[in-house]
Design a protein. Structure first.
Lengths: 325, 240
């Protein structure tokens, strides 16, 4: 068990998400930064999509009731174990009774705390991810609070030794970002000038950002007509433009359908860069083609597979054949 | 007119129309079945809405261009066929008015009808479940009598209880979970549209593409069904 001594801003149990139920109106949810989730899990000796805790800006204080191999990845929230600093993107052995505490957020927004064996809350519709708006998954479908105790699953295989990614090995996390997009599905609802505005602007992330969507601020993107379309299905990464001409990037908790025209869709591997941006950061969109987006996806999988092999070698087992979902 | 729209590297939206029309929506659901039958594991998910179908795939395993060609061919077949009626019609008991249907009187006043007539008109048609969305399991229903059309509440309620049977404009729906909502609530059903309990036999009561009929019941019958639902294993009546 891991006990929540002091909750952070928004700490929820998340895994690789709950695909397969969109036709029933169930958002996919899951980790906002899927690469950091995979890294934390692999460092902790888990499958990349196992359930971990997603921490947001303020990580709170935690106590390990039993000894555990745990790992952190994603945002740098100034973690300490019994007062000793822990580097971001690293695993560590937590003795029974030890205290994991977080301080100032130095880079990024969301960090993942994985523990060997995974967070063992009961799966709902095939996933342990928390979707708070419908109180589904995680611990009672809600954000964690003081006094909560998280069950830990039974680990399999040989535990890897504690290790850390060097600063140059860590994926970029936090600050401004260039996000690759595929235009569409409704790019024909925008004027040429509107698309040029969308692709040529350094968009400011507003405080209206959460797991459902990020509102961006900048010049109005010109539409050909009304912003409203007949409600149609949406995926995380879709960039809607409302009647005011301002974009909203849809994130993992977004509804399964929406009624605003979507100018573009952020490439899957780049969505994490927006999830790690905070109010005031600037992001730009760069149009890419299918081949480039698929190459980015392949590079993301290769990075995860490479880390899996490295962790498996360190554990003294055979090179891992773990794959991202 | 059939259009294929890109939605990221792993999504294609097949648009069969741009209006809310029963015939178009029936084709969307026919296409969803055809895609599942024809493409099997090459697609991960199909997501129907009013007039379009989103097809989700893994671009590392399925190439976009041949998939798009196949989807277009299937869409043409479906567009040429006569639409099928819903395969089953789920009967949904509703206790109208009073504390369970706080907006019934106001809807009646706006429609210029006695409340009993509003209930009769609301419970008359077989609705089509166009899509599920907004919250998990929320059915967007087509077929509301235009005499009942009325605008949303000026200020949405912060909490609309689970089971609330509501209307807005020409739309009808049911709230599966307690959520904020601006629709006008006519009554409440004791059925559970969404059951997220781990290991629940059927997490979602309804499926898009099915039919639905509201059946007015008194408070006593409502409570009795609510108890049966809470006890588990309750099966709603279905017309075939």
């Amino acid at each position: 068990m891991i006990a929540v001594v002091k909750p952070g801003l928004l700490c929820t149990v998340q895994d690789a998400g709950r695909p397969g139920w969109r036709a029933s109106g169930m958002p996919v949810a899951g980790a906002m930064d899927r690469l950091a989730l995979a890294a934390a899990n692999l460092l902790a000796g888990n499958e990349p999509g196992a359930a971990a805790v997603e921490l947001t800006l303020a990580g709170g204080t935690w106590r390990f009731e039993a000894p555990a191999l745990a790992a952190l990845a994603g945002a740098d929230l100034s973690a300490t174990l019994d007062g000793s600093p822990l580097p971001p993107w690293s695993s560590f052995l937590a003795p029974a009774g030890s205290t994991l505490a977080f301080g100032a957020c130095r880079a990024g927004v969301r960090a993942y705390l994985a523990v060997r064996g995974g967070v063992a809350v009961p799966p709902v519709l095939g996933s342990r991810s928390t979707y708070t708006r419908a109180a589904v998954g995680g611990l009672e479908g809600r954000a964690l609070r003081a006094g909560d105790r998280l069950p830990v699953g039974r680990p399999t295989g040989r535990p890897p030794p504690p290790q850390a990614l060097g600063p140059e090995e860590r994926p970029p996390c936090g600050g401004g970002a260039r996000l690759r997009v595929l235009l569409g599905p409704q790019e024909d609802r925008f004027t040429e000038e509107g698309i040029a505005t969308f692709l040529g602007t350094a968009w400011k992330v507003t405080p209206q950002n959460d797991r459902m969507g990020y509102r961006l601020e900048g010049p109005a993107v010109r539409l050909r007509g009304a912003a409203d379309i007949l409600t149609d299905p949406i995926l995380p990464g879709a960039v809607q433009v409302t009647g005011s001409g301002l974009p909203i990037a849809m994130m993992v908790d977004c509804h399964t359908a929406g009624g605003y025209a979507k100018i573009a869709t952020i490439a899957g591997p780049d969505l994490r860069l927006l999830a790690q941006a905070r109010a005031g950061d600037e992001v730009r969109f760069a149009a890419c083609r299918q081949a480039e987006a698929v190459a980015a996806l392949r590079a993301e999988r290769a990075w995860i597979d490479g880390l899996a092999r490295r962790v498996a070698r360190a554990a003294g087992g055979k090179a891992g054949s773990r794959r991202a979902r | 007119m059939i259009r294929l729209l890109s939605q990221g590297e792993g999504g294609i939206t097949v648009e069969l129309g741009t209006e809310v029309e029963p015939v178009v929506n029936a084709r969307v659901h026919a296409l969803a079945r055809a895609v599942a039958r024809d493409l099997g594991a090459r697609v991960l998910e199909v997501v129907p809405s009013y007039a379009s179908l989103l097809v989700v795939f893994d671009p590392l395993r399925t190439a976009r261009a041949p998939l798009a060609r196949r989807l277009e061919a299937l869409a043409r077949q479906v567009a040429g066929a006569a639409p099928e009626p819903p395969r089953r019609v789920v009967r949904v008991p509703v206790c109208y008015g009073g504390e369970l249907g706080p907006d019934l009187e106001e809807v009646a006043r706006r429609a210029g009808l006695p409340p009993g007539e509003v209930v009769a008109l609301h419970a008359a048609p077989v609705y089509r479940i166009y899509l599920l969305g907004f919250t998990p399991g929320f059915p967007y229903l087509g077929g509301l009598d235009p005499r009942l059309a009325c605008p949303r509440l000026d200020s949405p309620r912060l909490r609309t209880p689970a089971g609330s049977v509501a209307i807005a404009g020409l739309q009808a729906g049911i709230y599966p979970v307690e959520s904020p909502g601006g629709w006008r609530v006519l009554g409440r059903t004791p059925l559970r549209l969404f059951d997220p309990a781990p290991g629940a036999a059927r997490p979602f009561l309804l499926a898009a593409g099915e039919g639905l009929r509201f059946v007015p019941v008194g408070r006593e019958a409502y409570e009795e069904t609510a108890r049966a639902v809470a006890a588990g294993g309750f099966e709603p009546e279905v017309e075939r």
